[in-house]
Design a protein around this ligand. Sequence first.
Ligand code: HEC
Ligand code: HEC
Ligand code: HEC
Ligand code: HEC
Length: 502
Amino acid sequence: MKRNTVILIVGIVAIAFMSYMLLSIGTKKSEKMLINASTPIVKEGIEARNDRWAKTYPRQFDSWKKTKKSSEIIDLVKKYPQLAILWAGYGFSKDYNAPRGHSFALQSNRNTLRTGAPTGANTGPMPMSCWSCKSPDVARLMEKEGEKEFFTGKWARAGSEIVNPIGCADCHNSQTGELQLSRPYLKRALVSSGRKLEDITYQEMRSLACAQCHSEYYFLKTPYKDKKGVQKTAAVVTFPWEKGLSAENMEDYYNSFGFKDWTHKLSKVPMLKAQHPGYEIFTTGIHYKRNLSCADCHMPYTQEGGVKFSDHQIQSPLNNIANSCLTCHRQSEAEFKSIVEEKLKRKDQLNVLTMNNLAGAHLMAKKAYEKGATNAEMTKVTETIRSSQWIWDYSIASHGSFFHAPEETLRLLAVANDKAQQARLELTGILAKYGILNYKVPDFSTKEKAQKLAGVNLNKLVKEKLSFKSKLMSDWIDKASKEGRLNKEYLKGLPDKASYPQ
Ligand code: HEC
Ligand code: HEC
Ligand code: HEC
Ligand code: HEC
């Protein structure tokens, strides 16, 4: 009798507690539904115009607009002149800056000397794929034209269509407001790496929204027939994830079909360019292993009156340590800043050593060819330089890598540096064979000197770019605004900045 009473009481308490928990989860869910399932922005299709979302989601819109504040240009070729040597013969040796706020994505893309100075829809050095990570108009146009059709033709073809910088429809569904992946190539990449799309959790979505762009990719040439039956070739953005997400996995993948992004102008090495494997390297770090997502640090919850929402001013979390780190950590803001700064300095020392050795290897290889070295003699050196530079690039190209995954970044820098040293040793031997002892590579200590060695004619490129901006580019903006795709007001708040004087 006594025992039954105890069981009964324990049972009642347990049921009451569980009902309370269920109720509170239910309430949280319904709050979330309320926030997410307001009136659709448009009844069908994709709404790429960010200002059309403002009325329904004013807080997210206002905080998103603040990405305008991060406008400063940090010219990385000036800061690290070695880069012009490492990328000789490739666009990045012309112009390469640190990332700015999402609001600037299109301005940066149009201003960079890498996209050249087209004079019409079918001219210029770059393909359509170069718009992929810059605008919700990409998702809109892919839906309208078809993905392969989107990836066909020159960059200049869609200048008047792709006009709204990274925004709501890149990450949210225009009918339900829910988080979604707007880029089909990320979905394909996840499947190719062995993931099942239906198993993806909500917490993962808060990182995968970013992985749509902050990932490594290449352009896969894909033949197809268009609607009229005409044979075409698309340059389709593809993630090299089939063998795994590490630097070595991707290197194996690229080597398996002899892929190269370009041939190095000085050393003749068939090179790989890492883009920004930010998501990939993040997954090797402690924060990922503890189940954090990109949004936890880069979009922390904030409070406005009684309303809690995600801060859409995506930026370096070091500008907002109180909200983005101190929710979990106990240090003071100043202490945390100095810890992170000290860590960054250590990485930078190793980064500079590696770049110097690699740049030296390219210049020594050039000398060896000039003296008559044969392709057969250079085979091993060529492979070593290719591998070294890929691994170096993977380790630092995503900018935040050292914070996201410190051990992996240092491991890769050490491996890359060792390979660069091996290449230089081998080259010392080859040069000696051709009578060159103690070869001193030319001075590449400033941007001007390094670009000269890399054959970059900066003045000419800038002149052509300025002409493009005042003619074709200006027509694009006028057309888009006249045809209702762009609200020109938005551009007014964006200072026009570049790495060159304009
Ligand atoms: C780069 C991707 C990205 C962009 C761009 C973006 N969002 Fe979000 N948004 C997110 C993520 C991630 C969350 C967090 C989802 C969660 O945890 O519920 C979120 C949450 C939201 C929510 C749910 C409530 C909240 O604040 O957590 C709303 C509403 C929203 N965003 C609206 C917008 C609007 C409006 C824009 C354009 C001005 C926009 N978002 C741009 C990624 C993005
Ligand atoms: C549609 C593509 C796209 C998506 C989605 C995207 N980004 Fe970006 N992100 C970019 C590009 C491009 C830049 C560089 C813009 C520039 O320099 O003009 C950038 C810049 C940044 C920067 C640098 C900002 C600064 O002020 O220095 C951070 C941090 C960042 N992104 C984090 C994120 C996070 C976190 C997410 C997911 C919530 C995300 N991004 C989603 C393309 C994207
Ligand atoms: C634990 C917190 C945390 C998480 C989680 C996190 N980041 Fe970061 N991120 C940082 C910090 C801190 C920095 C600044 C470090 C620095 O200056 O090198 C940074 C820097 C960056 C930068 C470079 C910004 C710039 O202006 O140079 C980008 C881009 C970025 N993160 C994207 C991402 C993406 C994408 C994810 C998810 C795959 C992610 N971050 C996850 C804390 C985080
Ligand atoms: C949601 C909780 C959470 C947030 C937010 C968070 N961290 Fe962490 N952090 C952790 C956890 C958990 C660990 C791992 C502790 C362990 O297991 O050793 C960690 C580890 C660290 C470490 C030591 C490991 C390493 O990578 O060197 C540093 C430094 C750190 N965090 C800095 C930051 C900074 C800076 C921010 C803000 C940009 C931040 N964290 C945001 C939870 C968080």
